[in-house]
Design a protein around this ligand. Structure first.
Ligand SMILES: *Cc1c(COP(=O)(O)O)cnc(C)c1O
Length: 337
């Protein structure tokens, strides 16, 4: 797409992205969590990306990528396949610039997310059972309609946009010891790791994924991008592979991510319930994995630690069940804390 397509994002690029996304993405609050701080015996702060206009951090990457389009690319429109929040963010950023957006989704994506994308004026197509099927449709549209594919994570402009979170975090809390990041395709953690480690080399970057389909973790363990089976999970925004032809995020994660923690569904449930009952926050499963890892006793850091509360786009009924401590159905399993 743009010339930055061929360049590894660095701190300067992420600072430039911060200018580009201002006015579309919010500068989100960093708040200390009293309950988690008491539990951990050290400061635990929450970076509230749930306060973004589309309810998730993905607006940062999407806004940055849309800002980089040439007038000619903008006239033909953009497209993506997405587990939901990227599609929603791209639809929002495209509408803001007045350009066409087409979003292809797998049938596993919850209906509330599909509706939200349509309400933003994007064209939605539901294709197959996996990200790969949805991606094939986008590849076809790139050829037939000349649209620009803006992928959810494996792109330098997306990575740079997500990295703007780390600039805000270290401005608010320069002595952070670690940043805990929900991990799927790795765009979020890559951008954060590049910016944070450029500013503060000793900072620890910790990824958290669900056991059910942790593609980046499996790939890091194997030393190359691996395919994993996509399974229903409470953390639906963390579903999907990293792409067998991954160009950027796998290498960045290999170099800069210090640790990856995996959680089972009951642990994720307890993280969501804790945020609901102790912090008054409605978040989706993917966003609760940092607090969930702490509650599960799987996180250690000597000093202040920030957790990215990445999104709030959860089905209302599912949220109410979890907040009330009742079992929820995920695929063919019942999950409870
Ligand atoms: C996309 C997403 C993630 C994971 O981001 P990656 O860049 O794919 O690792 C985490 N949480 C939420 C809410 C998301 O939408």
């Amino acid at each position: 797409m743009s010339e930055s397509d061929h360049r590894m994002p660095d701190l300067a690029e992420i600072q430039r992205a911060a200018q580009a996304v201002a006015g579309t993405a919010e500068r989100t609050p960093y708040v200390i969590s009293p309950s988690l701080t008491a539990l951990a015996g050290r400061e635990i702060g929450l970076k509230l990306e749930i306060r973004q206009p589309v309810g998730a951090f993905k607006i940062r990457g999407a806004a940055n990528a849309v800002s980089r389009l040439s007038p000619e690319q903008a006239s033909r429109g953009v497209g993506c396949c997405s587990t939901g929040n990227h599609g929603r963010a791209l639809a929002y950023a495209a509408a803001k610039r007045g350009i066409r957006a087409i979003v292809c989704l797998s049938s596993l994506v919850p209906q509330n997310k599909v509706r939200a994308i349509e309400e933003l004026g994007a064209e939605v197509r539901r294709i197959g059972k996996s990200q790969d099927d949805a991606q094939a449709e986008i590849d076809r549209l790139v050829i037939s309609d000349g649209i620009t594919d803006i992928p959810p994570f494996d792109h330098p402009d997306i990575i740079a946009g997500q990295g703007t979170i780390a600039l805000e975090l270290l401005e608010d809390r320069p002595d952070l010891d670690a940043i805990v990041v929900p991990l799927s395709g790795g765009g979020l953690i890559s951008g954060i790791a590049i910016a944070a480690k450029a500013m503060k080399p000793a900072i620890k970057i910790i990824g958290v994924s669900m056991e059910r389909g942790a593609a980046m973790q499996a790939s890091l363990a194997a030393g190359r991008p691996m395919e994993v089976t996509e399974l229903p999970t409470l953390a639906d925004s963390l579903g999907g592979g990293i792409g067998l032809h991954n160009r950027w995020t796998f290498d960045i994660c290999r170099r800069l991510v210090d640790e990856v923690i995996l959680l089972n569904e009951a642990e994720i449930y307890r993280g969501m319930r804790h945020l609901a009952t102790e912090e008054g926050l409605m978040v989706e499963g993917a966003a609760a994995v940092g607090p969930a890892a702490l509650l599960a006793g799987k996180l250690k850091a000597p000093g202040p630690m920030a957790m990215i509360i990445s999104g709030q786009n959860i089905d209302q009924q599912q949220f109410e069940l979890i907040a009330a401590g009742k079992p929820v159905q995920i695929g063919d399993m019942m999950v409870e804390g």
